[in-house]
Write a new protein. Structure first.
Length: 250
């Protein structure tokens, strides 16, 4: 079966071929790697980690060598359970995953990581893929589904895309955490004022809603802007939307 090539669905990403990559074929049998493949990746640094889960040792070793040559940190696992025992890492990472595994299948592991490790894109590899399996993997959010044999540069390119997407996801998570911390620093009254202000209420309307003076509303509003590090009302509205801040209840 030829390589399945379709637009990946992970966070709407689109895989593109990296220019300047020489081609050599990866068969999962320890092929020699062409060095010219592995030197143009924009995310080639030691912090980026590529996890490989495959019960075939020759496949694990071959991909490990390819990943290490690209400047990324490989970690290999024989089974899905071994991978799940590995604590989550907060660095850009992706998972190269065989569909057929001795315990949990690759598709079952995909369901687990979708909940526990959503920032890790998955690249499926298989020696005997079929259309229903591919559809299930892609609907589950897989970045790509590759059928052996595939070219080294194809795998490297998809891995690079996965690491870039992971980096973006981790950055977004960090931003949300920072916003939550700032929001948690607000007093109860400040949170109430913020929720009403981002709804578009004027200070006098907020005052009437909360039963306080307009001057007090202005004071609370100023502290909200300062604590949330918002330089404008639109910025505060955007923060509230990301935090799903709702109006206070009586």
């Amino acid at each position: 079966m030829p390589t399945v090539s379709s637009a990946p669905t992970w966070r709407g990403a689109v895989a593109t071929s990296a220019p300047g990559h020489a081609r050599s074929t990866y068969t999962g049998e320890g092929d020699v790697i062409n060095d010219s493949l592995v030197r143009s990746s924009p995310l080639s640094h030691g912090a980026a980690t590529v996890f490989v889960v495959d019960d075939d040792i020759s496949v694990r070793e071959s991909i490990e060598l390819l990943v290490r040559s690209a400047g990324w940190q490989p970690e290999t696992f024989e089974s899905a359970q071994d991978f799940l025992r590995r604590p989550r890492v907060l660095v850009p990472s992706c998972l190269v995953l065989d569909v057929s595994l001795p315990d949990l299948s690759g598709l079952e592991l995909q369901k687990c990581t979708a909940v526990d490790r959503p920032d890790i894109p998955i690249i499926f590899i298989t020696g005997h893929g079929d259309v229903p399996m591919t559809v299930q993997a892609m609907k589950g959010g897989a970045l790509e589904f590759l059928t052996k044999p595939f070219a080294d540069d194809v795998l490297l390119n998809v891995i690079n895309n996965g690491l870039e997407l992971s980096k973006i996801a981790l950055s977004e998570d960090a931003e949300i955490c920072a916003l939550r911390e700032r929001h948690a620093s607000l007093s109860c009254r400040e949170r109430q004022v913020m929720a009403l202000v981002v709804r578009g209420l004027l200070n006098k309307q907020v005052a009437a809603e909360l039963g306080i003076s307009e001057i007090t509303v202005k004071a609370h509003r100023g502290r909200v802007m300062q604590k949330m590090a918002a330089d404008s009302l639109p910025a505060l509205v955007t923060m509230a939307a990301r935090l799903a801040v709702s109006a206070p209840r009586d």
